[in-house]
Design a protein around this ligand. Sequence first.
Ligand SMILES: Cc1cc2nc3c(=O)[nH]c(=O)nc-3n(C[C@H](O)[C@H](O)[C@H](O)COP(=O)(O)OP(=O)(O)OC[C@H]3O[C@@H](n4cnc5c(N)ncnc54)[C@H](O)[C@@H]3O)c2cc1C
Length: 509
Amino acid sequence: MKVNIIGAGVSGISAGCYLQMCGFKTVIFERSGRPGGLCTSWKKGDYTFESGFQWLLGSGPANPFYQLWSELLDMKSIQFVNHESRMDIELKHARSIKGDSVFHLYTNLGTLRSYMIENSPGDQVVIDQFIQRMRKIQSFEIPPQIKKVPALLPLSEKIKYIRYLPLLWFLNRIKKETNFTFASKLKSPFLREAFELLFDGDELPLMIISMPLAYNDMHASGYPLGGAAVFINKLKDKYLELGGSIQYHSPVLKVLTADGRATGLLLESGDKVSSEVVLSAADWYFTVFKALDGKYVNKTIRSLGRQGKLKVYYSIILVSLGIGRTFDDVSHFLRFPLDHELVSPDGTAYSRLESHIYNYDPTLAPEGKTMVSVCFYTRNADYWVNLREADPDKYDKSKNDFASEVIDLMEKKFGNIKQYTEEVDVATPATLSRYTNNWKGSAQGWLPGKNMIAQSPVEFTLPGIKNFYYTGHWSIPGGGLPVAIKSARDAVQIICRDSGQKFVPGNQV
Ligand SMILES: Cc1cc2nc3c(=O)[nH]c(=O)nc-3n(C[C@H](O)[C@H](O)[C@H](O)COP(=O)(O)OP(=O)(O)OC[C@H]3O[C@@H](n4cnc5c(N)ncnc54)[C@H](O)[C@@H]3O)c2cc1C
């Protein structure tokens, strides 16, 4: 049975691998000239610039996602870097007990606890509660659940889920705690300011950080040395080995339908390619409202399209620099305050900068040199997309002017930046949109707000159309690479059920 897949991002290639393993014949149609979608890197001069890949949940066996990645990749062949500190936050006002302005979010929970208590013995009860919650996350047994699709389970299996009720109850309880509500319980001005700045001044569920931190502690949420290229090339090679094929520079225009069934794809080139099944692993908005003309929707989907309850994740401006010197003993990930607000061309004001110094990955720059990036979150993706279309010269100038301002601020902070800058690259929401087609330039699908534990808001199937399926990071709020593979695996299990095929995942660890 032939399956046409739209999109060679992590989700599309993962789904392609699972489908090939289950006996389907698949072709992926990718609009750009490379695999990976948002998970990508590119060369400029001697430097490799990264889309920002910082951590892979499931990089080590302590996290259940390791089992999924291992079905598709030889995880032992990838070298993961486990940082001592997840991030360092420089505060504007408060100081540590030693007079330090920087708060270190240590990845070792024992070290983090001692550090926080040393800074505020009076907060021990609250600190212990924070640490204990992460210990509890570590103690829950999740593996069997992660491999199953609840909707496909018979009642006799669903009943077994009762043993996960404590986990659900626990997650439901802690999802209400935000970095602000937690900070308000702390007496120490140093810790309070640090937690308020955990998401750069935004108020978000504390679980967004405590969940990955729990696995950082167990060396199961690391950075793959070599970055996105190493990871995505291994995934792509696996797919090709399994017999799949990828057609690059093949943007899909429409999903073809007949009698309520998907029958193939219409490419922008005008070519039609038929298949028994269509699986979209591309942007959800494009899929539902453009490729399928908004014909297969219900009230929930329509409201998502109007950005109802769920907010879209931020888009980003990424200023990447190739710097001809080393950065020894400098924090690899530092958020620091600015003396004056920096206003980006799209009107977003920033009072802090997020610098990412890849001094731990020598593969990204020649010896003695370093790749550095500065990331800005924005909700005004449309500005960049419209500007690029309307006035390409002004768009280029805006990018260059903004990069110059960022270089000046980095110079002020670290020194010896300007004269050593060899390469500059600016990716805007228009870049994300152009290369990956993600709605509103979103970096990770939906923002995990109160709906953090919500089940797939974008379902695997759509009402009124058969033989059509959907997967991708829009499937669960928060997105990211774990959602990309999990949704792909789940979608393939559903395709297998509907086509009477046995689901046969790959190498078991
Ligand atoms: C700066 C940054 C840093 C990040 N850091 C991390 C991190 O550290 N850890 C983590 O887990 N996640 C991270 N993420 C998120 C993660 O990269 C994404 O959630 C994930 O890669 C999404 O994969 P996907 O396959 O679902 O979607 P995408 O990557 O968006 O792939 C969709 C693919 O479909 C293709 N496509 C779209 N439309 C069409 C069409 N009409 N025809 C043909 N092809 C089409 C696109 O070109 C693309 O290749 C980060 C994201 C960004 C932007």
